[in-house]
Design a protein around this ligand. Structure first.
Ligand code: SF4
Ligand code: SF4
Length: 616
């Protein structure tokens, strides 16, 4: 049953994962690459690559030399711009650039002086120089991916150096119809390309290099094969099937490695360079040349399609004139191929690093598409999609603004190759829907990111205010606690002083305390001396001392304590002397008592005798 169905399918539907549209390559490969005459002026857009705009180093009116740095890379992803020839800077202003938006952007306009005088160039022996020095040199070379992606090459090499790259794949597929610049470059500069591959392999530290060439480029393949004699670099011929030049497709075709949709090729140990890019590497290290020109295919509705080596900044009109001019029915110009290219806003735009092909379009070459019809759910788009997506589902989601569903269906894996649009029998411009959905999702993500950032900032602000409030409260509490503690300490000190003081008067300070103590001790000593004197007198007379104790009770108590201490000390040292003193004293007292008793008895006896005499 399937065999019968396949038999009745048109040719393009038998293609699995890709299409084979009419090539239109032979027209522009009849003549060799030509060098274009020096144009009247060169307009150099500062944004010729992916990433940030470089920083301008020159000013209006300044004379510059060929190869001189005009703008230096700024930030991580950026590329330098050099003067393509010697001349004078006419202006630094907004000009129309080759971009789908048609909007102007900042450009440096250079008026050539006709001398084409080179600045000093530095060549580097790449085999004997450290890799860091080579990559630093590439950083100011202005070389970007010349296959159309325009990603700065030094970034690609630097980031690849951190990965473990085993395989370098050279993209020579050139699968889009009409474009032949890589084909012609391989035919005419195969040796330079091979030496460029060796440089790239060395910088990446890759174990092997593989060149992928479509089987419709036999002359280029032979030239490359001849240049590769004795070199450990292989060529893999891939079928002519659009989009075999897509990096993931080509990697799979030449190495069998399938890159998962959520991984980069470098994570799988593979890096991809275009043939024109590796040739630029060779010319940079061997001759010191920065990126100032490239090969461009000029084809379509022109008198004689051809490839040209073109200085960046050359007006598109200069190229079409070089081909004998565009035919009268030319409607517009396409930059890139008919599948992934875009219509230029005006023929007055300059050639940039991204320009690999200019196609003069006419109704007989590119008939206006018939009106779109409803989707009939035939699934031809899904069968042809090289990424194995479900374009018809993505279309429904995009049409109904269900962008999150489209994202779930891997919208961002779509490489916008246009294969689904090409095979759709309902002529639905599917890629345009996908581009629209992507831009909406990106805008929504940016809006959400901005809202999240604003919310985070607000939360951070509120947290800061709360933290400062707590810090202030804590400081106040600490201060209050400190005051309380000091007050308590002062009160405690006051109480201690009051307890220690002999009188109720509070000590004024320590000096006063000392003086009070000294006075007290002096008073005690004087009292002791007086007591001693009284005692001595009593001892001498045999009478007890009369009122010799000090009147102050505190002093009396102190005296008693001192006496007790003295007694204890005396007992500890000698027991005899006090005991003897006490015995003598008691003997004297006893004698005095005895004398008093005797005197009393004599007085009683005399009194009784007197009473008896009176009674008789
Ligand atoms: S979008 Fe086109 S190709 Fe895809 S299913 Fe619908 S009609 Fe068929
Ligand atoms: S444009 Fe996208 S969805 Fe369509 S075939 Fe190409 S990759 Fe698949």
């Amino acid at each position: 049953m399937n065999a019968i169905l396949n038999f009745f399918k048109p040719d393009f539907l038998k293609q699995k994962r890709g299409v084979h549209p009419p090539e239109h390559k032979a027209e522009s490969t009849q003549l060799p690459i030509a060098k274009l005459a020096m144009p009247q002026k060169l307009v150099l857009p500062l944004r010729q690559h992916i990433g940030n705009m470089p920083k301008i180093l020159v000013s209006v009116g300044e004379h510059v030399l060929k190869g001189q740095l005009l703008a230096t890379p700024e930030c991580t992803v950026s590329a330098a711009i050099h003067a393509p020839t010697s001349g004078t800077i006419l202006s630094i202003a907004d000009e129309i650039i080759p971009h789908p938006s048609g909007l102007p952007d900042k450009c440096i306009t250079l008026i050539p002086d006709g001398k084409d005088q080179w600045a000093n160039l530095t060549m580097i022996d790449w085999r004997n120089a450290p890799k860091e020095a080579l990559i630093a040199s590439l950083c100011t070379s202005g070389i970007v991916g010349l296959g159309g992606a325009t990603f700065p090459t030094h970034i690609k090499l630097r980031s690849s150096g951190k990965s473990n790259i085993q395989t370098l794949v050279i993209n020579a597929a050139e699968c889009e119809p009409y474009i032949t610049c890589d084909d012609m470059l391989m035919r005419e500069h195969a040796e330079e390309i091979v030496q460029g591959i060796e440089i790239a392999q060395y910088l990446l530290g890759a174990e092997k290099s593989v060149i992928g060439i479509e089987d419709n480029k036999s002359i280029a393949q032979q030239a490359m094969q001849a240049a590769l004699t004795g070199k450990p670099i292989s060529i893999v011929t891939v079928p002519t099937l659009y989009p075999s030049g897509d990096a993931r497709q080509l990697i799979h075709l030449v190495s069998g490695i399938e890159i998962p949709h959520d991984k980069r090729a470098t994570e799988m140990g593979v890096q991809v360079f275009n043939v024109a890019t590796v040739r630029a590497l060779y010319r940079h290290f061997t001759f010191g040349e920065p990126a100032i020109n490239r090969v461009v295919t000029v084809t379509g509705n022109v008198a004689q399609p051809q490839n040209f080596e073109v200085l960046f900044g050359t007006p598109l009109t200069a190229l079409t004139q070089a081909t004998g001019g565009a035919k009268p029915d030319t409607t517009h110009y396409i930059m890139g191929g008919p599948m992934m290219g875009f219509d230029l806003p005006t023929p007055e735009v300059p050639i940039t690093k991204a320009t690999n092909c200019i196609i003069a379009a006419s109704p007989h070459l590119f008939a206006p598409p018939p009106p779109a019809m409803p989707c009939i759910r035939c699934a031809r788009c899904a069968e042809a999609c090289p990424i194995q997506l479900q374009p018809q589902e993505l279309y429904w989601f995009a049409k109904s603004d269900a962008f999150e569903k489209a994202r779930d269906y891997k919208l961002f894996d779509c490489i916008e190759c246009g294969v689904c649009t090409y095979v759709c029998p309902s002529n639905i411009p599917l890629v345009q829907y996908f581009r629209y959905a992507k831009s909406e999702v990106i805008a929504a993500d940016k809006a959400k990111e901005a809202a999240d950032l604003a919310r985070e900032r607000n939360e951070f602000r509120l947290a800061r205010i709360e933290r400062e409030k707590q810090e202030r409260a804590q400081k106040h509490a600490e201060r209050a606690l400190g005051t309380k503690a000091e007050a308590a300490k002062a009160a405690s000190a006051k109480t201690d002083a009051a307890n220690e003081a002999p009188t109720t008067e509070a000590p004024i300070n320590s000096a006063t305390d000392e003086a009070a103590k000294a006075a007290k001790q002096a008073a005690i000593a004087a009292a002791i001396e007086r007591a001693k004197a009284a005692k001595a007198a009593a001892d001498a007379t045999g009478l007890a001392p009369k009122n010799t104790a000090p009147a102050n009770p505190a002093v009396q108590q102190e005296i008693a304590e001192i006496d007790a201490r003295r007694k204890n000390v005396g007992l500890a040292n000698t027991n005899e002397a006090p005991m003897m003193a006490d015995a003598e004293k008691q003997a004297k007292i006893a004698a005095a008592i005895a004398r008093a008793k005797a005197a009393k008895a004599e007085a009683e006896a005399a009194k009784q005798a007197q009473n008896l005499e009176l009674k008789e």
